[in-house]
Design a protein around this ligand. Structure first.
Ligand code: UN1
Length: 512
């Protein structure tokens, strides 16, 4: 049984003991199998969700298509007004939704609230953008001609999101997709289906208060089959996928195969270079938060530290000390630093990675292990750990979604950058240095090869105002800020002739 506090949160968010997992904006429905959402915090079965059947999926896609025909004609600033109201409701629901995120996913309450704050921020950002979907105008090479470009909505945007950011990733996609005139269909991770239902209820309130048709925002809590159908469906104009590189590779190829568009946000293998000219206090905080925050389950989590030999011993000593002070336990208790992993499968992956690391020659300077005892009865709590490794080791080349931090040593910055880039992934990166030359080199063309490169900030915790995403096996997609909205629209170049002649471009003569 969830605690009284949690029961209240569930009630405030419209979550029942038994829920239907599909909605297009009206009554919830579903006729697939039933699943149970368990909390990794205490192992409690929070609630049950009936998932989408394939028939339910077809119904959702039809509704979405119909809604798009209407929604695309609504002026963008009016669509922005819907998103503004959504942001206001999120402000009212922040405490409840943040608590549910923390309880269902297991991240700390601070981080759960932070995730809802990201939703609010992207709404504000999108409201402003709704009046700024600018294209260029160009000078035509022909007399009395005009050229310009416009951005048109795409259609149905499919969103497949991961368990680790149960609410924010959806909102980065939807806030932009909606102001751009698209409708959205969301298949969240089944591990955090209740968070998805809560989000859908909030947006539905806004849409129905504004007498909007059904189909603008849909959710499908569903299994693999429905996800696969969405990937293959030509009605899904853009598919935004967050998840593993293994699955993302399949998704990307399938969507490309039907000439659909995709945004892929896949694995990271993020490193911080700690220079001998770093502010070490800052470096330690950045590294520890990056490695253990969200129990190492962010795609931006710090996986590797590349430390200058002159400060290596000092940094190691301070890391070991800091890890000794970490409090592991209930993430809703604000005195704890580290909560649980998402489930016992994740715990098994963690244990396997530690064994592999040892077998490949890694030396643990902070030992890992699975915690047991009453406080840890869900079986999902593990000890953050640190291993001395070499960058080329197979385990170091892979992303393990757990708090395992790999440390290595360098002597020259060029060598550190080479090690930094010598992994298949390219999401987030950082250098800790107070030396301008080092910082600029790291940010230069021969510096970090990642989509995100920071100076004197850790690898995680990106703001929504920048474009979020990475290179190489991270998939190349970008979400949230900057000019990312362009991914959600199709560009059209228009040339208008207002002369009485028909001159051809490139000086071609064609007389009849
Ligand atoms: C993710 O882990 O999928 O930069 C997203 C960060 C967050 C987003 C992480 N703003 O850590």
């Amino acid at each position: 049984q969830p605690s009284e506090t949690i029961k209240n949160v569930l009630k405030n968010l419209g979550i029942e003991p038994e829920n239907l997992g599909v909605s297009t904006g009206g009554d919830f429905f579903a006729s697939g199998e039933e699943i149970t959402s368990y909390s990794p915090v205490d192992g409690v079965a929070i609630a049950r969700i009936r998932t989408a059947s394939m028939e339910n999926y077809q119904e959702v896609m039809e509704k979405a298509r119909e809604a798009f025909l209407e929604f695309r004609m609504m002026p963008a600033p009016k669509r922005g007004e819907l998103v503004r109201q959504f942001g206001l409701k999120l402000r009212q629901k922040k405490q409840d939704l943040g608590t549910l995120v923390s309880y269902e996913m297991g991240k700390s309450l601070q981080e759960g609230l932070g995730e809802v704050q990201e939703m609010i921020d992207i709404c504000d950002f999108a409201v402003g953008l709704s009046r700024q979907l600018h294209g260029f105008t160009m000078h035509s090479e022909r007399p009395l001609h005009r050229m310009y470009e416009q951005y048109h909505p795409l259609g149905v945007v499919g969103i497949i999101s991961a368990f680790n950011f149960p609410v924010a990733v959806w909102s980065w996609n939807t806030a932009l997709a909606w102001i751009c005139g698209n409708v959205t269909v969301w298949k969240p991770s089944e591990k955090v289906g209740l968070c998805a239902l809560a989000c859908q209820r909030i947006i539905q309130e806004v849409l129905s208060e504004n007498n909007m048709p059904e189909g603008i925002s849909s959710v499908l809590v569903a299994g693999h089959e429905v996800g696969a159908a969405l990937v293959e469906d030509p009605r899904c104009a853009l598919l935004s996928f967050t998840g593993s590189t293994r699955v993302g590779r399949e998704v990307g190829m399938k969507v490309a195969g039907r000439f659909g568009k995709s945004i892929l946000e896949l694995g990271g293998n993020n490193a911080i270079i700690i220079s001998n000219q770093a502010d070490i206090d800052m470096a330690i905080i950045g590294a520890v938060f990056g490695a253990v925050g969200t129990c190492g389950q962010r795609c931006t989590s710090t996986r590797r530290l590349i430390i200058h030999q002159d400060v290596y011993d000092q940094v190691i000593e301070r890391l070991v000390k800091a890890y000794g002070q970490l409090k592991i336990g209930d993430p809703l208790d604000e005195s704890n630093h580290v909560g649980p992993l998402i489930d016992t499968d994740a715990v098994a992956q963690y244990t396997k990675a530690i064994e592999a690391c040892k077998a490949q020659g890694g030396e643990f300077i902070v030992e890992g292990g699975v915690l047991s005892g009453e406080k840890y009865s869900s079986g999902c709590y593990v000890k953050p750990c640190i291993a001395k490794v070499e960058n080329h080791m197979e385990i170091v080349q892979h992303e393990t979604f757990a708090p395992i931090l790999y440390v290595m040593k360098y002597s020259e910055l060029s060598e550190a950058i080479a090690m930094h880039n010598d992994v298949p992934q390219g999401l987030s990166s950082a250098i800790m240095t107070q030396n301008l030359r080092e910082a600029e080199l790291f940010l230069s063309h021969k510096g970090s090869d990642c989509g995100i490169a920071n100076v004197n900030i850790g690898t995680s915790g990106a703001e929504i105002g920048g474009a979020f995403g990475g290179e190489k096996e991270t998939g190349g997609g970008r979400e949230s800020g900057s000019d990312v909205w362009k991914y959600y629209m199709r560009r059209q170049t228009n040339t208008i002739n207002y002369s009485p002649e028909l001159p051809l471009a490139q000086g071609i003569k064609f007389d009849l």
